[in-house]
Design a protein around this ligand. Structure first.
Ligand SMILES: [Zn+2]
Length: 231
């Protein structure tokens, strides 16, 4: 299994790795700092041995780097990877903000998250909410910015599945994780949110800056979408 350097250090921008296998455009490495698409997050991009990494995808536990014009990478060779850092850092900010937004809306209304899409420029979280409009959105965004301004520390750690299921507060998401996972990665944002989560976050909410609500979209009662961005 590929060692996930992005879990050990979410601020790692460059790394060295060995090519484990190559199939067409898809390259598997022994370790990687590229966070694959998943959990609503778009994938990282960048370069590997100077070649463009268009996308990174995860199938089962295997991570595939999709190289645009792959022709030079051979199993057993060393390669250097470089992330598009500006893009990745915005994804980290957006993702952390999305967790805070989810916690705020869930705390005030009990609404559950029915979907999310985290992208560098614009992100959204979907809720099952009866009552939703622009004023409500502004109120939730204000609450998010209050939490962000408290400069909350974001911690990640690993926990046995049964212990996570027994802890109050994150049973719901632990249950949503594939049952094959014995050990869950937990992300804790101060006293605001604790979840089982495989994605990339900032270390402190102060890095997010300011969250701005962009618009709302009603896709049915179980799908109220709130679009936002970070500055
Ligand atoms: Zn997440």
């Amino acid at each position: 299994m590929t060692r996930r350097l992005y879990w050990e250090d979410m601020y790692l921008r460059e790394f060295d790795a060995m090519v484990v296998s190559v199939a067409g455009q898809r390259v598997v490495l022994d370790q990687t700092a590229f966070n694959p698409r998943g959990g609503g997050l778009v994938s990282d991009s960048g370069t590997l041995a100077g070649q463009r990494v268009a996308e990174v995808v995860k199938e089962g536990e295997e991570i595939y780097h999709v190289i645009e014009l792959q022709d030079a990478m051979v199993a057993g060779t060393q390669v250097h990877g470089v992330l598009d850092w500006d893009r990745r850092y915005r994804i980290m900010k957006m993702h952390t903000a999305a967790h805070i937004l989810s916690a705020v809306v869930n705390g005030e209304t009990g609404a559950l998250i029915t979907g999310n899409q985290i992208s560098p420029d614009e992100s959204r979280v979907d809720f099952n909410l009866d009552d939703f409009d622009r004023d409500k959105m502004s109120h939730y965004i204000d609450k998010v910015n209050e939490a962000v301004a408290r400069e909350l520390e974001v911690k990640t750690f690993f926990m046995k599945r049964e212990e996570a299921l027994a802890a109050p507060g994150f049973v719901k998401l632990a249950n949503a994780m594939p049952p094959s996972l014995e050990i869950l990665r937990i992300v804790q944002i101060g006293d605001v949110d604790t979840q089982a989560d495989g994605g990339v976050h900032v270390k402190n909410t102060r890095e997010i800056g300011e969250v701005r609500g962009l618009r709302t979209d009603n896709k049915g009662k179980s799908n109220r979408r709130l679009y936002f961005t970070v500055q």
